[in-house]
Design a protein around this ligand. Structure first.
Ligand code: PRP
Length: 561
């Protein structure tokens, strides 16, 4: 029997020497920041009864939690979050305690991550909870502490982004849509999929609600985002205007803060009306923090006035959690440990440029070069690339890297590339967290179900077998039809599978239809159209906003024209 006694499970790792020192340094700095503001430490158990995390609302997908069973057969869950156990603790052990309560924590959280995506399942998190206040001053206090925490660990290299989940919730209440449509709208807004959102909203009768929803994910940036929102929201329900006014007050309050060591808070504090994360959990103000070396947010928080109701209390609260591991990784980079590796990379080639684009090798390359040529971005290095994979655009601050489609997503998700050019087929199959901002209009083809010509796919009782390079797309399609099929993953030339009688049909992309025709297959159902998309790393969109906005605007001129 194979013994797993020499390795750690995927998503976990040992920390040695310098790594421990870097983590300890961050923990100490955050501890100092929180204690200076009179927050007191609490520690909750490493595992709780599962019910704590699944009370009246299901805040986490149950598949993301690690579960155990106690000696009485009861279900337990490893701590998936700190705020919920702290709400439990406050509603029980601290019941009747003088308010407000200022609590902080430094503990690990455990969440299952998708396989082989390089994400940690165990994260060291520190954060604060301010319980019992629902004032403007309490929100400012928590946000200020968040800024101080990021500044203590990262100097000026951070952005803090504000949003208001109440705005999205109100608009959703006003839209006559099914819960499935609402879920789709939520996901299209949070991924800044402007084209997909506009298509979906086309189906609704014209109204100001639809107009605002369409624009919501585009409303991000500095003060100008608030000004645009004011015009767009004009004449709408007074509750919406109140929420906007509150956001404006908070923004103004923050940029006027005087925090030592921070020059221009105006450049660091941003607004994003498309920030709709964890809509279930938060009730009004929400925010996220970013640093340049992490491809994802490092701080996440907001006001959660409803959460205590799950534990029989009615207490307003605001708080945030910080990913200590990400800050420690940045600290490590800055220390000398990685210097050698980085030096070797920079010595090996030309200096690194500011924006890195991951381009899907093959079919999309030519279209991309045509597009870049038309907008005046010099593609000479791409045209004469030989076997090189990293190719600078000489007249712009841009490097292009050539990668396989699925890897484009991986590089963008992790933030080692800021932007990606990839087909919607790969996005649907791989999933991932990034912004999908433009439909580039090239690389057009369609997903289809194809079978040997003349065969009756739906006849008989036997479970059909489908060969495909896209098992997730194929399974989702047949699930939506309520049909049981057996899906077999094939890496390429999938048309062979029915020819060799391995499968009854295939789900694949079809462009001209030639491959199907020449192999005796025919399309019996079209699943959906696909085309090339421009995707952007979430942190890059905030940290390099000016440069990425310029690139998108240049491309958009051509794509629209
Ligand atoms: C894709 C797809 C089909 C073919 C369709 O394969 O999987 O096989 O193109 O194009 P057509 O309709 O214009 O004939 P690809 O060329 O990417 O190669 P692969 O099957 O080896 O992955």
């Amino acid at each position: 029997m194979r013994k797993y006694d020499r390795i750690t499970p995927e998503g976990t790792r040992d920390l040695l020497f310098e790594e421990c020192a870097a983590q300890k340094g961050i923990l100490n700095q955050l501890r100092e920041t929180f204690e200076a503001r009179m927050y007191h430490e609490v520690i909750t158990p490493g595992f709780e009864f599962y019910d704590v995390f699944s009370s009246s609302s299901m805040y986490f997908p149950q598949e993301s939690m690690y579960k155990l069973i106690d000696h009485k057969g009861r279900l337990l869950a490893m701590r998936a979050d700190s705020t919920i156990p702290i709400a439990r603790l406050t509603a029980t052990k601290l019941k009747g305690h003088a308010l407000p309560l200022r609590l902080y924590y430094a503990q690990r959280i455990y969440r299952q991550q998708p396989e082989l995506r390089g994400r940690s399942s165990e994260t060291m998190q520190m954060g604060i909870e301010l319980i019992g206040l629902s004032t403007f001053e309490s929100d400012i206090e928590v946000l200020t502490t968040g800024i101080e925490a990021l500044a203590a660990c990262c100097g000026e290299d951070f952005r803090l982004e504000l949003g208001h989940i109440g705005i999205f919730k109100l608009l959703m209440e006003d839209l006559d849509a099914t819960s499935e449509q609402k879920e789709n709208i939520h996901s299209l807004i949070s991924s800044k999929n402007y084209a997909g959102l506009a298509d979906l909203l086309e189906a609704f009768p014209a109204s100001q609600t639809v107009e605002i929803l369409k624009e919501l994910p585009k409303l991000f940036g500095g003060k100008e985002a608030l000004e645009k929102a004011r015009i767009l929201f004009n004449g709408y329900d007074s509750k919406l205007i109140e929420m906007l006014s509150y956001l404006e007050r908070i923004y103004q309050g923050l940029i006027e803060l005087n925090i030592s060591g921070i020059e221009n808070l105006q450049d660091k504090v941003m607004i994003d009306f498309g920030l709709v994360h964890q809509a279930e959990y938060y009730s009004s103000l929400i925010f996220r923090g970013y640093i340049s070396s992490a491809g994802e947010h490092v701080l996440s928080g907001g006001r959660y006035d409803e959460l205590f109701k799950d534990f029989g209390e009615n207490l307003p609260a605001t708080g945030f959690g910080i990913n200590v591991d990400q800050l420690a990784a940045k600290r490590l980079k800055e220390m000398d440990y990685n210097a050698k590796a980085e030096k070797a990379v920079s010595d090996s080639g030309t200096p690194e440029k500011n924006i890195r684009i991951a381009l899907t090798k093959g079919r999309l390359e030519k279209n991309f070069m045509d597009l870049f040529d038309t907008i005046g971005y010099d593609c000479v290095n791409l045209k004469e690339k030989g076997r090189k994979l990293l190719l600078p655009i000489p007249n712009k601050d841009i490097d292009v890297v050539l990668a396989k489609a699925a890897d484009v997503i991986t590089y963008v998700e992790h933030g080692v590339c800021d932007v990606g050019i990839v087909g919607k087929d790969t996005i649907l199959e791989s999933g991932g967290t990034f912004y999908e901002v433009l439909d580039l209009g090239f690389g057009k083809c369609r997903f289809a179900l194809a079978v040997p010509k003349g065969s009756d796919f739906y006849s008989g009782y036997s479970t059909k077998r489908i060969a495909t390079k896209y098992p997730k797309v194929a399974s989702t399609y047949f699930e939506s039809k309520g049909m049981d099929v057996e899906v077999i993953k094939i890496e390429g030339s999938v048309e062979l599978a029915p020819l060799l009688s391995l499968a009854d049909g295939i789900v694949d992309i079809v462009e001209t239809g030639t491959t199907l025709r020449e192999n005796g297959l025919e399309v019996i159902e079209e699943i959906r159209g696909v085309s090339a998309r421009l995707i952007v790393n979430i942190a890059s969109m905030k940290m390099k906003k000016t440069e990425i906005d310029r690139l998108i605007a240049d491309i958009q001129q051509k794509v629209r024209g």
